[in-house]
Every structure is written in structure tokens, then in C-alpha cells.
Design a protein around this ligand. Structure first.
Ligand code: GLA
Length: 412
């Protein structure tokens, strides 16, 4: 999303106070309902959610908040505190070209949900988020699911069918893929929709099913740090769609080989195992590298879940390091800032391992760190990163939070 114009407080209480007075200033004195959708990190399993893989993300406690109330205007009046921007969309919504600003995420989700039996009604909505800007922690999917839960609570139901959580997730994915033309997978919307405090999830992106995995990091004497490179990441201008197309080519080529051997074609690149990596030898070298990342990354997800379960943190750290190497050398989505911050973390005493998280090309990395070494690790990362790049690193301890929903205490 675009650059921020207003520094929204990161502290929840202060943020809600500001949001509440902004709501009153723009829409007048009336009762509004409060909604929240988190951001996310992915612990491991990168760029495989569109290849039928398993991924291992968790929702965070930072995210996007909204106050929403019905109006008599037959229009959606939308205000963003972060951007200090107000927009109005009159009803019924027209399905033409998506607006080229933050309201594209809002209207895209509302369009998708209208198809699923939720008719938009006049609403005043004020939004504010405390996700670091352009950080690749999924501020767009957070906004999408926020709009999903608002629509679920306040739009008019035109069908008897029960709207499921997966419907909200898929509305967010439709908004990205069809409305905005960014061919992302399902991971971000899914974990933001289904996240659970204290837990990550093993998400099977082919079956669209998940299983919660307790993180229990404190009991293990560890924590996960989120490391922001402060190098903005935009999916729209990234090579995301190009990587996706390369994966489709790899699958086509591998299926051609299967057919030549008289075997049935497979649906996803992640249906190939590490034992079959030698099949990549005959492929175009670039396509082979992309496929090697996907196949090895899928195997790393289970290895990571097992390492966490057995409290083998050294092994977990090694898997993170291997994942980063694969994203850097085979998938080529890291870049100098992510490499610098990850190397800074990896060289810190008390850090088990680190890797980029999310789409790449800037944004954030994560590091698995010994709890008693957190302050020293952060100081080390900040120092080395400042020496190696033109930016400063921002480091925060990540806390696994709940998925999107209404918050019971209204803030105004
Ligand atoms: C972005 C996309 C996700 C996923 C990740 C990479 O965050 O939105 O669907 O593909 O990149 O793992």
C-alpha cells in the first residue's frame, strides 16, 4: 500500500483512542463496532502456497483495526487514519476497474462477498493499523480480512447459506488475484482468518485445511524476532507473478517427463519429493532452480515442525538458514537488504538461525533467538545492519495472536 502520512501509535490503547476520535471527527458522534485483523509471519514454507505445499505461518498481535457503523447515505464512507485519506463509494458498487489506492482492497472484498450473499449497506468505516509500513507482514491481507469480518457483521444477508470463515479467506484471495491482478496464494488470508493465540499452523494449501501447532517458545527459553529491513516491499512491482509462472512451467515440464514414462501427471509441484530432485537435471537451469527451491522448502516445513515439537532449536535454526539460502540462490527473491539483515542475525551469539519471511524483495526477516540473549542479539543486528546498508533495522519480538474478528469492547 502507499506511503503513510500519519504516524499511528503502535500501542493498542493509544491507537484506539486516536481511531475513535478520528471516527467521530469524520462521521459524527455515534456508536460504532470495533473489528480487528492481525498481520502474520511465515516461520517456514515460502513461495509454496501456490504450489500445493504445506506452510507454517502464525498470526501476530499487531494488525489493522476498524470502527464501523451504519449510515443513512447509501454509501460506503471510508477513512484511513494511516493515510489521512477519505473516500466514498456509492451503492450499489460498480464492478469496473479497481481503484488504484487502499480502497481497492476494501471494495474488492465487498464485491467478492456480494457474490456470496452479503449485500453492501451504507456504512461509515474508519481504519488504522500498527503494522510497519511496506514490511511484507501482510498489511493488505489484514485489511482484506478486516473488511470480511465487517461485512459479515453488518451487511444484509440475501441467502440462507451460512457464510464460512473459508468464504471470507477466499474473498480476500479473489480480491488479490482477480480484482487487483496480484497472483498470491492463500497463506496470508488463511492464517489471518484462522490464526490462534500462542499457536502457529500447519496449513495444507492444496486441501485448504489446517492444524494448530502450539509454539510454546517461552517454555523452550526462546523467541522469534521480526527484523524489518525498512526496505519497502510491494508485490505489485515485485517478481512475484514471474516466479509463479516459472513454477507453472516447471510443473508442465515434469509432467511431460512423467507422461513419457507412462505415469500419471501430478497436480502440484509439491507433489514431487526430494527423492525425485534428479528429474530436474534435464530442465532449463533457471526453471530447475525454482523447482528445487519449492520441493526442498516443502520438506523443510515438516522438518521444522518436528524440530519444534522435540525442542531441537539448533536444528530449527539450521532449517531457517537453509531456507534462506534456498530463497537467495535458487528462488532469487531476497536482495541485498534481506541478505544483510539475515547475515547480521546469523552472526549473533544466541541466534539459532534466521531467514527472510513472506514474499521477499525487501520487507522482513525472522530470527529464532535464545530468550536470555534477545537484547544483545538486537544490538548486534542493528549495529551490523547499519554498517552494511543505508538503513536502520527495526526489531520486535513476535507474539502469536488470534485471527480476524469483532472486538467486544467498542472504543468510543
Ligand atoms: C506473499 C503471498 C503469499 C505467499 C508468500 C510467499 O505473502 O501473499 O501467498 O506466496 O508471499 O510465501
Amino acid at each position: 500500500m502507499e506511503a503513510r502520512h500519519h504516524q499511528v501509535p503502535t500501542d493498542e490503547k493509544a491507537l484506539l483512542e486516536e481511531l475513535s476520535s478520528a471516527f467521530r471527527a469524520h462521521f459524527g458522534e455515534k456508536a460504532a463496532r470495533l473489528f480487528f485483523a492481525p498481520s502474520r509471519i511465515n516461520i517456514i514454507g515460502e513461495h509454496i502456497d501456490y504450489n500445493g505445499g504445506n506452510v507454517f505461518p502464525c498470526a501476530l498481535t499487531i494488525g489493522t483495526y476498524a470502527l464501523a457503523a451504519p449510515n443513512e447515505e447509501n454509501a460506503l464512507r471510508l477513512y484511513s487514519l494511516n493515510l489521512d485519506a477519505e473516500n466514498t463509494a456509492t451503492l450499489p458498487l460498480n464492478e469496473e476497474k479497481a481503484p488504484d489506492d487502499w480502497t481497492g482492497y476494501v471494495l474488492g472484498v465487498f464485491h467478492a462477498l456480494e457474490q456470496k450473499g452479503l449485500k453492501p449497506v451504507g456504512l461509515d468505516i474508519a481504519v488504522a493499523g500498527n503494522i510497519p509500513n511496506g514490511s511484507g507482514l501482510s498489511s493488505s491481507a489484514s485489511l482484506e480480512l478486516l473488511c470480511g469480518v465487517i461485512a459479515e457483521a453488518l451487511f444484509e444477508k440475501t441467502t440462507d447459506e451460512t457464510l464460512t470463515r473459508l468464504d471470507l479467506v477466499e474473498a480476500g484471495v479473489w480480491c488479490e488475484n482477480e480484482y487487483l491482478g496480484v497472483h498470491t496464494g492463500i497463506m496470508d488470508q488463511y492464517v489471518i482468518g484462522f490464526g490462534k493465540a500462542g499457536h502457529a499452523m500447519r496449513l495444507d494449501t492444496a486441501a485448504k485445511q489446517h492444524e494448530y501447532v502450539p509454539l510454546e517458545l517461552e517454555a523452550k527459553g526462546a523467541c522469534i524476532l521480526v527484523l524489518n529491513t525498512n526496505k519497502r516491499r510491494e508485490l505489485k512491482d515485485s517478481k512475484y507473478n514471474e516466479r509463479r509462472a516459472e513454477c507453472a512451467t516447471a510443473l508442465k515440464e515434469l509432467n511431460r517427463l512423467l507422461r513419457e514414462k507412462g505415469e500419471a501427471p501430478r497436480e502440484f509441484l509439491c507433489d514431487f519429493s526430494e527423492d525425485e530432485l534428479n528429474w530436474l537435471d534435464g530442465l532449463d537451469p533457471v526453471i530447475a532452480k525454482r523447482a528445487r527451491h519449492v520441493i526442498t522448502e516443502n520438506a523443510r516445513v515438516q522438518a521444522m515442525i518436528d524440530a519444534f515439537a522435540d525442542s531441537r532449536l539448533e536444528d530449527a535454526g539450521q532449517i531457517l538458514n537453509d531456507g534462506h539460502r534456498s530463497l537467495r540462490d535458487d528462488y532469487e527473491v531476497t536482495g541485498p537488504h534481506l541478505d544483510a539483515i539475515v547475515e547480521a542475525a546469523q552472526s549473533a551469539e544466541g541466534c539459532y538461525g534466521a531467514r527472510m519471511t513472506g514474499a521477499g524483495f525487501g520487507g522482513c526477516a525472522i530470527a529464532l533467538v535464545r530468550q536470555d540473549a534477545v537484547d544483545a542479539v538486537i544490538a548486534h543486528i542493528k549495529k551490523i545492519y547499519a554498517e552494511k546498508t543505508d538503513r536502520t533495522a527495526e526489531c520486535l519480538i513476535s507474539l502469536a495472536g488470534d485471527g480476524a474478528g469483532e472486538r467486544v469492547v467498542a472504543a468510543n
